[in-house]
Design a protein around this ligand. Structure first.
Ligand code: NAD
Length: 464
């Protein structure tokens, strides 16, 4: 079997090379409401149906229409409040300077300060960041934390820079956006390509700029190392939340977590923690794929050893006790649960047709395109939507922020049990909305999130 190397731009390419993307292959989508909502024209949103921002906002608008959300809320939530773009020079190790581009999008703060991660990736674009910021507003609302939504990033490949270069890039970016973030205004966190060390440099830089630091400057960012204001349980929190959601939802689908078969796309923070926790709870991780390749062991991979292998060599390829498979084989491996935990738009129509699972648990943000979702729906696959399934990360980020603000350090048992309560409540709200609006889980999750936002706007009113 051949070893698989995933496409460089997975979000925008489907599994079959040469396969046309959903919007381009068959002209306009078969679900006109997701792609042709009048608000797209009113706000001048991108016309391309493959545009991630159009897809994510389109899904939300379906829920908004179903629940008769007032028009003013639809337009407010269909665009971010602020879109910040910065360019900043950084000295490289060879003495030359390079100019970097950074983003911070602040989508909505009706429920509390803007909150959301920072992506360090060579292929970050404004519309991706806008989509992710929008999803954060929905996620924070659904999971019941007092935050709004934001997201940011730097167009950089963190793996191609020395530690010293990355430190200078991160610190210079922090300085460039220092007046736009703050512990009570906008609180970033890690995302793809960024880690606890980067957050520590950001917190330190922000604290150093004392005139903007405030009294708890380290609360400006979450996902910090435990030694410097981080919370125990934050590193694994998103994976923990995926597992908590599965524990809530699997029984009604008739799947026992113990012994169930799982495949995982992306074995970074979210994928590897989901894998390790599921493994510890008796599930069998039989296949995994990342940017280095895909592997399979029908008797079960050792999820902990695989995480250690990825730490050491940078990906799943070459893991012992597993055979190398190609992408098509990976997607079509028969499992109970498939966990996408890599990048956006990786489950398009071709992947959805290949998938051989009962449940898709979205660890990644927006991994399923509307066209992919229609295929899954037609095939009876239950999709646990990202704004529910991966909300564990922001929930424990909220706990970290509370601990910073109140000078406390909670223990892991407390963090885990509080997280579990938030996840159970969010799952219950999603199920209630599904019953109330007679819709699928994604629309239901949006509806539950929108209900809290609607209530807040009704009470707050709109200035002036
Ligand atoms: P990460 O950088 O730790 O891991 C990303 C993984 O995706 C890696 O295993 C990488 O190899 C894989 N990947 C990248 N390109 C790929 C390709 N072309 N084909 C296959 N695999 C590829 O990132 P993460 O923090 O685990 O985030 C993963 C997803 O989860 C993202 O969508 C992110 O927005 C979302 N998310 C993360 C958190 C968090 O707390 N880290 C919280 C909520 C949502």
């Amino acid at each position: 079997m051949s070893s698989a190397t995933a496409s460089k731009k997975p979000g925008k390419q489907s599994v079959k090379s040469g396969a046309k993307s959903p919007g381009k292959s068959g002209g306009p989508s078969k679900a006109p409401d997701a792609f042709t909502h009048p608000i797209f024209d009113e706000l001048g949103l991108p016309g391309d149906p493959n545009n991630l921002y159009r897809q994510t906002v389109g899904s939300m608008l379906q829920a908004a229409d179903l629940m008769n959300l007032p028009h003013q809320l639809k337009i407010i939530l269909s665009q971010p409040k602020n879109e910040i773009m910065v360019h900043f020079p950084v000295r490289m190790d060879d003495g030359e300077y390079r100019l970097f581009k950074g983003y911070r999008v602040q989508h909505n703060n009706a429920l509390g300060p803007f909150k959301g991660g920072l992506r360090f990736h060579h292929d970050v674009h404004l519309d991706d960041v806008k989509s992710l910021a929008f999803l954060m507003t929905m996620k924070c609302s659904l999971v019941g934390v007092p935050f709004g939504g934001g997201k940011g990033g730097i167009k950089v490949d963190p793996y191609k820079h020395s530690k010293g270069e990355m430190e200078r890039i991160v610190r210079r970016f922090t300085a460039a956006i220092a007046h736009q973030i703050g512990p009570d205004y906008d609180i970033p966190a890690p995302d793809v390509g960024s880690n606890a060390q980067h957050m520590a440099w950001m917190a330190d830089t922000y604290a150093f700029l004392s005139e903007v630091g405030g009294r708890q400057p380290e609360a400006v960012i979450t996902g910090k190392p435990v030694e410097f204001g981080g919370s125990v349980g934050r590193e694994k929190a998103t994976g923990q939340g995926v597992v908590d959601t599965l524990a809530e939802m699997l029984p009604e689908i008739g799947i026992d977590m113990k012994g169930c078969k799982v495949s995982i796309l992306g074995y970074g923070n979210v994928g590897s923690w989901t894998g390790r926790i599921l493994h510890d709870r008796g599930a069998k991780i039989i296949a995994a794929m990342d940017h280095t390749g895909a592997i399979l062991n029908e008797s079960g991979l050792d999820a902990h050893a695989l995480a250690a292998h990825c730490q050491k060599v940078g990906g799943v390829a070459g893991f012992r006790n597993a055979e190398s498979i190609d992408k098509e084989e990976f997607y079509s491996t028969k499992v109970d649960v498939f966990v996408p935990a890599a990048l956006e738009q990786m489950i398009q129509e071709p992947e959805a047709k290949l998938l051989n699972c009962k449940v898709v648990a979205e660890g990644a943000n927006a991994p399923t395109t509307p066209a992919g979702e229609r295929v899954l729906e037609a095939r009876g696959v239950e999709v646990l939507p990202a704004i529910l399934c991966n909300a564990g990360g922001v929930t424990v980020s909220y706990f970290e922020w509370v601990q910073n603000k109140t000078c406390q350090a909670w223990d892991l048992e407390h963090v885990d049990s509080l997280l579990n309560k938030h996840m159970i409540r969010a799952a219950a709200k999603t199920r209630e909305a599904r019953k109330k609006y007679k819709c699928g889980l994604r629309t239901a999750a949006y509806a539950a999130a929108l209900e809290r936002l609607r209530a807040a706007y009704e009470i707050r009113g709109l200035f002036p």
